[in-house]
Design a protein around this ligand. Structure first.
Ligand code: RIB
Ligand code: CA
Length: 311
């Protein structure tokens, strides 16, 4: 079975790092390149974190720096959740290599040309890099098979009552993706809030005591404490969902829908408006909205992936 070539775009924070650690272990996927976008933390920190995670995996994937801020909005970080350095203030050795010279959107386009329509993009941060590539390269929509995102929600938000962080941070970029004609798989909060590990499961992973499991334990202390204070049953690994969907869609449920992003209203800015449940239906079904996951299988795959790394 040939591997699926994937481009990973992230704002490497705790769950982005975990998603990358997962993607690297899935035989179905071939990570072609990684691009960094401002989100959880500023883009220079995102880039450093990403390089450090690649070193931790001992896989020096090509990494490219992208947008320092959203297209039109002010940049806001999520350090309260991800820690000042974005990886829960866990400490990793300095990166052993540098990011590529090219800008994220240029490197993404070059990879899309190379894979001649087979490239799948997994975007787990604000969509600024992806949308910039779409606008700069009109042929991109013919070269990218689909874009799988962690973002949005068919119901309420986590950053505002209406909007999820990745979409809210750059709603104009998100709307550009949804309007582009490129097929989108949206792993929104409906499914990602079900993709969690409990404290006991994190402790089980930690008991393995490898560099990866020790890092995972250290980087999740802060976000797990915040999650517990919110009454959540565990630590949601939001960004692992599009990664796992790309390799194992059979673990998920969802349906085709029309999805478009609110970019004008102050009250609902960044809301992913979906016609999943409405009488009014958008003229086109531009998105597969993922709504459910087999959590037990997710947890086993996630834990096995983290424990599969050897020192
Ligand atoms: O809303 C959760 C999303 O925002 C995740 O991708 C997290 O890493 C942050 O980027
Ligand atoms: Ca993210």
């Amino acid at each position: 079975m040939s591997k699926i070539p994937v481009w990973f775009d992230a704002d490497t924070g705790v769950d982005d790092a975990t998603a990358l650690l997962l993607a690297n272990t899935l035989d179905e996927l071939e990570i072609v390149g990684i691009s960094c976008v401002a989100g959880n933390v500023p883009v220079d920190q995102v880039t450093k974190n990403t390089l450090q995670i690649c070193d931790l995996m001992n896989k020096q994937y090509p990494v490219y720096k992208g947008a320092e801020k959203p297209w039109f909005k002010e940049y806001h970080d999520a350090c309260f959740f991800h820690g000042k350095n974005g990886i829960g203030d866990a400490i990793l050795p300095e990166p052993t290599y540098e990011p590529g010279e090219a800008k994220a959107w240029d490197a993404l386009h070059e990879a899309a040309l190379r894979y001649e329509g087979k490239l799948e993009v997994i975007a787990v941060g604000p969509l600024t890099n992806i949308a910039t590539a779409i606008v700069k390269y009109p042929d991109l929509k013919k070269l990218v098979k689909r874009v799988l995102i962690m973002g949005g929600s068919a119901s309420g938000g986590n950053t505002t009552p209406a909007a999820e962080f990745n979409i809210y941070e750059d709603p104009h970029a998100a709307q550009t993706l949804f309007m582009s004609g490129i097929p989108v798989v949206m792993c929104g909060l409906e499914v990602t809030m079900k993709a969690y590990l409990t404290m006991e499961q994190i402790d089980e992973v930690h008991a393995h005591h490898t560099s990866v499991t020790d890092f995972y334990y250290a980087c999740t202390r802060r976000s797990h404490t915040v999650s517990k204070s919110l009454g959540l049953p565990g630590l949601c690994i939001h960004d692992a969902c599009p990664v796992l969907f790309a390799a194992h869609p059979e673990l998920f449920k969802g349906e085709e829908a029309g999805v478009f992003v609110e970019t004008q209203s102050e009250l609902t800015l960044g809301k992913t408006v979906t016609d999943l449940y409405s009488d009014f239906q958008f003229p086109e079904k531009n998105t597969f909205v993922v709504t459910d996951i087999d959590r037990d299988k997710f947890a086993k795959i996630m834990m096995d992936a983290l424990m599969s790394y050897r020192d």
